[in-house]
Design a protein around this ligand. Structure first.
Ligand code: FES
Length: 106
């Protein structure tokens, strides 16, 4: 366990099947009791994945779409499975869930 972990939000703050920018430039995606965090930077043009605060486009609780050119990323590993940067990955941010809180490992 990493003692330097910091809480960034409650799991319930994140829409189930959606995403939340829970810390500066950190996007947290949730499906049920699971969550994954990535830097909010699209590997296509190195710009944020959203164009409005906390407006993330997601599908079927499993895919995140970049708002700019529609690249599609899997929640669980951040890999782009369709779009202009297919095969590229979001940069993972290590987190863990504890007592209903999402903690970022610093
Ligand atoms: S900037 Fe994300 S798909 Fe182009």
């Amino acid at each position: 366990m990493n003692d330097s972990a910091q809480p960034i939000c409650a799991l319930d703050d994140i829409p189930d099947g959606g995403g939340l920018e829970a810390a500066p430039a950190v996007l947290v995606l949730r499906r049920g009791a699971q969550a994954w965090a990535y830097r909010n930077v699209c590997p296509h043009f190195s710009i944020p994945l959203n164009y409005e605060p906390d407006a993330f486009w997601t599908y079927d609780g499993g895919l995140l779409m970049c708002a700019h050119h529609s690249a599609m990323f899997r929640f669980e590993d951040g890999v782009c499975v369709d779009g202009p940067c297919e095969g590229a990955s979001l940069v993972r941010v290590p987190i863990r869930i504890e007592d209903g809180r999402v903690l970022i490992e610093t």
